[in-house]
Design a protein around this ligand. Sequence first.
Ligand code: ATP
Ligand code: MG
Length: 361
Amino acid sequence: MEDLRLDSLPGVGPVTTKKLSDAGIHNIMDLIVRGPVELSEISGMDKDTSANIVEKARQALVEGGLLAKDFVSATEIYKRRQEIGKITTGTECLDLLLDGGLETQGLTEIYGEFGSGKTQFCHTMCVTVQKPKEEGGLEGTVLYIDTENTFRPERIVSIAKAHGMDPEKTLDRIIVARAYNSAHQTLILEEASQMIRENNVKLLVVDSAVGLFRSEYLGRGTLSVRQQRLNKFVHLLVRIAETYNCAALATNQVMASPDVFFGDPTRPIGGNVVAHTSTYRIYLKKSGKKRIARMVDSPHHPEQEVIFGLGEAGVIDPDSETKKKTTKATKSKAEPEVKAEPETDSVDADAKIEDIPEDSE
Ligand code: ATP
Ligand code: MG
């Protein structure tokens, strides 16, 4: 749709357009992504005017077929969901867990202790999303928001090589934004709409989504402010994923909750805000050299676990490095939960994350 220009909206003239673009809003889509409350905050317009503009933007997009109507039939929702793309993880086991791959139009949260493979998973997805559709990719590019300075182009190179792809081209299609504080992290996302559209971004990674918020807002007194800001960030992420039909992938660390005596004592740091906004949540756990991934409360995936590994190719099927039993390996899903290998469970159970010894590999 060509008519995404702000001045195509009735009542929006050059002055408002200038004001909006100074605030990082360059087209009608951006208006929807930011919403009326924020619009009035950043532009200084009164609440009614901004609500009005956003409503007009919404109508224009509905007319253009770019946005769902308020009342839609289940058939239409079903159709829109048919447009959901899936990105292969490059492994049989994790594709099985995700029922085909990482979905667009949704936020997938990966949480787990340090070294559990969250960053490796993100790096792998950066490569696989670029694959042709017949091979499980979306031929898309990546926006990677790196908050912990753990993005490693070298890893992309080796993952791309392992997948038989051109490493240089693969690197070229990943745009990395380093976020220095939580406000900056949010700003990057607020300004990203245009870039996402123009570059056919199909994967949006935030590694880690919560880390900066956590380190800036310490202590009980700041908890509600932190959750509020984090909430805003995560909602923005979800709206962008829905609007641009791309997959959002966010990582989250865990902390030990001392009040849990049975089962796994770890909880995701973002707490409920992240949990309730993300469409899918995957919990990663170390088990010696192997890793366990569990699908946690998904609206339509069965709760199940699979075992995977980490290697030169990023996330890999268990035993695929030794080229043994690659076909059998994917069938390991059926382990009942909490029964994960006792060797690491006993470590997890009474240690804080910081106390767990560095990975034994
Ligand atoms: P954090 O919470 O600290 O960010 P994380 O969950 O992101 O941790 P990753 O960085 O994804 O953890 O995983 C680190 C692990 O990945 C290492 O312990 C190592 O086992 C594995 N790993 C990293 N690079 C390679 C490689 N080239 N080949 C094999 N395994 C690797
Ligand atoms: Mg990491």
